[in-house]
Design a protein around this ligand. Structure first.
Ligand code: B12
Length: 377
């Protein structure tokens, strides 16, 4: 008899659509979420994410401001995990965070959410309103997931789930329907602080608190300017996002893999591919990354990140491409190319740096060249 409740029908259908974990909560405010988010902005911990405003935070934590008469939120988690070691052909040199492998999740998940909304109409008629969110609007995705029992907050601030670890995208349907809420889980990370210890830039400044300005994900995706020189070696070969705080998390050890083909990688970030990406135009970037979340970094941001990765990989094969990047129209790329050539530190990379001083007219690039020649940093 119980299997016929609307909540159970919704969950069953959502699962059939490909969602792995489904929970329901009320549309009441998220007061801790609001307080923490405002504190992070005021302390400068959100870096230069200017779109992350106090106004956005207030909406994100007061769902009734997002939809009049909102009563419930359906919180949905979908795994994107694919064990990088399971594919022997996938010999990547440049690392891309797993969430950005395969097709842009915004498209994939939005399609599924729309189908789920249609199903709600089948069950409840048309006398209700909904609004969907998939990391594209003001909604505190993690706070919703925690209260809906989808997972618990890890100390790295990610929502951890029992079966899929933290490798899940979160999305929501906010609705005026009055659905029966689930209960939050009682789990927590106990004494484990692996994510805090292993973050190469010490971005997790305390349990449940990230200083985005040090987070490799922020630096490689959201940050638009030069990457602080002292952080560059710690970025290693991450060219878009970072998974270290997830890779070291013991809850993720037995995570089940995704059942969504769209989230499986099609790119192989070999050294040759990285080198070729250094030379692409705006137009080529748009074509290559049209269906990928990587477009968020923009062409110049991605090429800046590739310079850093090549500087850390230190393979002299990258010198000719970096020499060309040192003549780019973009100051940002010239700066990071100079740094990378300094890290490679071969005879030819140093000769190129010295020769480039004659034609360089940007003060910022010249000072990077000087530092690179003298191998400071
Ligand atoms: C801004 C943002 C970022 C920023 C800032 C991240 C951050 N931690 O704040 C940057 C660019 C760094 C980032 C990085 C990543 N992000 Co992001 N990001 C967001 C976004 C848009 C907003 C998050 C936010 O509001 N942060 C502000 C702070 C205040 O929130 P918070 O860190 O979650 O803090 C909460 C906890 O600290 C908790 N808390 C505080 N004190 C205490 C005390 C206790 C005892 C407890 C239990 C909890 C607790 O309350 C706070 C507020 O809810 C969301 C999408 C969305 N609309 O929600 C995605 C989102 C959070 N990101 C996501 C992902 C996948 C990532 C990356 C893994 C991507 C990558 N591999 O490179 C990394 C992970 C880095 C990390 N450890 O956080 C997913 C997370 C999924 C999950 N399983 O949790 C989201 C939900 C997107 C999505 N819809 O799937 N991200």
């Amino acid at each position: 008899m119980n299997s016929k409740t609307p909540e159970k029908i919704i969950k069953k259908y959502a699962h059939e659509l490909g969602f792995d974990i489904i929970g329901i909560t009320t549309a009441k405010p998220f007061l801790r979420g609001e307080k923490e988010s405002i504190e992070r902005i005021e302390n400068g911990h959100m870096g230069e994410m200017h779109w992350y405003t106090i106004d956005r935070v207030q909406k994100a934590n007061h769902p009734e401001k997002l939809l009049n008469d909102a009563k419930s939120i359906i919180s949905l988690g979908i795994s994107y995990f694919k064990d990088p070691n399971s594919d022997s052909n996938n010999k990547y040199i440049g690392k891309v965070a797993q969430y950005a492998w395969g097709k842009d999740y915004h498209f994939v998940i939005k399609n599924k959410l729309n189908l789920l909304v249609d199903k709600l109409s089948d069950i409840f008629g048309n006398n209700f309103k909904t609004r969907i969110f998939v990391d594209d609007g003001p909604m505190n995705d993690r706070a919703v997931a925690e209260r809906a029992g989808v997972g618990w907050f890890g100390k790295n601030t990610n929502i951890l789930t029992k079966k899929f670890g933290s490798w899940v995208f979160l999305s929501q349907i906010l609705t005026t329907l009055d659905l029966k809420p689930d209960k939050p889980l009682k789990t927590n990370c106990g004494n484990c602080i692996k994510c805090i210890d292993k973050c190469p830039t010490n971005a997790i400044i305390a349990p449940y608190k990230i200083d985005a300005r040090k987070c490799i994900a922020y630096l490689t995706i959201e940050h638009r300017g030069a990457i602080p020189i002292e952080l560059r070696p710690h970025i290693q070969n991450w060219i878009f996002g970072c998974d270290i705080c997830q890779e070291v998390c013991p809850v993720n050890d037995d995570a089940e893999a995704t059942r969504e083909d769209n989230f499986i990688s099609t790119h192989n970030y070999s050294l040759e591919y990285l080198i070729s990406l250094l030379e692409i135009s705006e137009e080529e970037f748009r074509i290559i990354f049209k269906n990928s979340a990587i477009k968020r970094a923009k062409r110049v941001g991605l090429q800046r990140n590739i310079c850093i990765a090549l500087g850390n990989i230190k393979d002299p094969k990258a010198v000719p491409a970096l020499a060309k990047a040192l003549t780019s129209k973009e100051v940002l790329i010239r700066q990071h190319a100079a740094w990378a050539l300094g890290q490679i530190k071969s005879k030819s990379s140093l000769d190129i740096l010295i020769a480039s001083k004659k034609s360089e007219n940007s003060f910022d690039v010249l000072s990077e060249i000087e530092l690179a020649i003298n191998n400071k940093f």
